[in-house]
Design a protein. Structure first.
Length: 295
């Protein structure tokens, strides 16, 4: 049983971080820096992003992003998600973890890296009214949509499968606005009510088409190791169940009649036992903060 657990742990860590040790070079850089970062050990962001619900939140955020035709066009035209889905996943995780746990300088550098990649992303798409529109990755509408659905997904999934949030939902949304600003969002929401209003405001521009259906099929059946697929399918079902009904309908998805919220929690607890209670990125951040406070 130990060999099976070790094999799963190695594969999970490779999937999420790009290395079987779970400590790639960018995690080591989290120990560096001369401040506590944008958030800190008692923050809502540390609590939410350090929880196992992030595994479901990532799926939910990806599903939601596809519903904006401009965001979907950017993924369709420029992303390597089919050729290198795990590479794209580990790149997104690198940004999330760095901004959450690293010092402010490192968080800014990582956000700049992401921004430089997005600089070349441009094209056209057909909007919900059938009109062709130009887009760039830096368009405020697209940045706002991606930030809003990301924030909503991580907050919603933590509330379903995580523990208490220091300061509550409003505190998390307010804190994570800083991450949105780092990647160019001009007016990120700063409360749960603002977040909901912003997502609701996108209703007229959202649509489903063949590109969305293709992306959903890929997210439903990613190229993971066969032994991991049963657990992943439970997490996918949990992500679908966590979505509002109107978004499920747009995505062409149905909530399972099975108790998937409970089953997802069971899988997350199992994954947590395999990975262990210690997060290498959080450990690195605590070492940096302890050094600073001792000085």
């Amino acid at each position: 049983m130990g060999r099976i657990s070790d094999s799963w742990r190695s594969h999970l860590l490779t999937t999420f971080s790009g290395e079987s040790s779970g400590r790639p070079q960018w995690v080591s850089r989290i120990e560096q820096g001369d401040d506590e970062g944008f958030f800190g050990p008692d923050s809502a962001s540390w609590a939410v992003h350090g929880g196992m619900g992030t595994l479901v939140a990532g799926i939910r955020a990806l599903l939601m992003q596809t519903l904006h035709p401009g965001a979907m066009a950017g993924v369709h035209d420029w992303s390597r998600y089919k050729e290198d889905p795990l590479g794209r996943l580990s790149g997104t995780i690198q940004w999330l973890i760095t901004v959450t746990f690293a010092g402010t300088e490192q968080a800014r550098l990582e956000s700049s890296r992401v921004g430089k990649y997005h600089d070349r992303v441009a094209g056209t798409y057909i909007d919900a009214a059938g009109v062709e529109r130009a887009y760039t990755a830096g368009d405020q509408e697209l940045l706002a949509w991606v930030h809003a659905v990301f924030t909503d997904a991580f907050l919603g999934c933590h509330e379903l499968w995580g523990g208490p949030i220091p300061g509550g939902a409003d505190q998390y949304v307010s804190e994570w606005a800083a991450a949105g600003e780092l990647v160019g969002v001009q007016h990120p929401p700063r409360s749960r009510a603002e977040l909901k209003a912003q997502i609701d405001g996108f209703r007229p521009v959202l649509k489903s088409d063949e590109r969305v259906r293709e992306a959903v099929r890929f997210i439903r059946n990613p190229p993971l190791r066969r032994s991991m697929l049963p657990a992943y399918r439970v997490l996918f079902a949990g992500a679908v169940a966590s979505l509002p009904e109107e978004h499920r309908q747009l995505l062409g998805l149905r909530r399972s009649r099975l108790p998937v919220i409970w089953a997802t929690g069971l899988v997350l607890r199992g994954v947590g036992r395999v990975l262990g209670s210690s997060s290498t990125s959080e450990d690195a951040a605590r070492k940096r903060i302890a050094r600073i406070r001792q000085a």
